[in-house]
Design a binder for this molecule. Structure first.
Ligand SMILES: [Zn+2]
Length: 221
């Protein structure tokens, strides 16, 4: 119950900020939302995109799932939750940016790489197979590297798989070609506290916001 009580005091803070002290924002948001960004992030409790990116309500449309995966465009009968969210964000909200936000230490990618993957759960194993192309790539290129490096490479390659899968949605592909929508592959390095972005020019993830150095003195003006 202690945790639940914490949530209630959290909501009271939120209420104070957006409804007691400033009622402007929600008086607009009540009418409609108009986010410019769709973020596809992992369900992991440590990588909440709203906290990481410091946004306000209404700024981002968010999909979260195990390992921040996007399945390819499929019209087979089924409950395509991620595809529905992408469709809503792209076609109805007309977002201008789609960010796939991966992270270090991802349990979903760890499950993908596990030799006994099937034993991990009846839903996790089939879900993470979306990123199998990433696993194959890492297996073919990094067999000699240690486990941590292979996991990191797989986490980053899985972001690229999701970006490629996004382009299989014909209406999204069209908007990307017309430069009405931009795709981004981001990676939150939890060990370093660093945000990296995929650079198509180099084929690598490079710091977008570099790590801070704790204890370092600020330069004197
Ligand atoms: Zn994860």
């Amino acid at each position: 119950m202690k945790d639940i009580a914490r949530f209630l005091s959290g909501f009271k803070m939120f209420q104070r900020t957006y409804f007691c002290e400033d009622s402007q924002l929600f008086s607009h948001l009540n009418q409609a939302q108009n986010p410019k960004v769709l973020v596809i992030a992992c369900s992991d409790s440590r990588v909440d995109p709203a906290l990481l990116l410091g946004v306000e309500p209404g700024d981002m449309f968010v999909v979260r799932n195990v390992a921040n995966l996007v399945p390819p465009y499929e019209t087979s009968p089924g409950r395509h939750g991620v595809s529905a969210a992408v469709e809503y964000a792209v076609k109805l909200l007309e977002v201008e940016h789609v960010i796939v936000l991966g992270h270090s230490g991802c349990g979903g990618i760890q499950a993908l790489m596990a030799p006994d993957r099937e034993a991990l759960g009846e839903f996790i194993a089939p879900w993470v197979t979306i990123a199998e192309p990433a696993l194959r790539e890492v297996a073919s290129q990094l067999t000699h590297k240690n486990k941590d490096l292979r996991q990191r490479a797989c986490e980053q390659a899985a972001i690229l798989v999701s970006l490629e899968n996004l382009l299989t949605f014909p209406w999204l592909w069209e908007r990307v070609m017309q430069q009405r929508v931009y795709l981004h592959g981001w990676y939150f390095d939890m060990k370093k506290g660093e945000l990296l972005s995929y650079l198509p020019e180099t084929g690598t993830f490079e710091p977008l916001v570099a790590r801070c150095h704790m204890g370092e003195k600020k330069p004197q003006p």
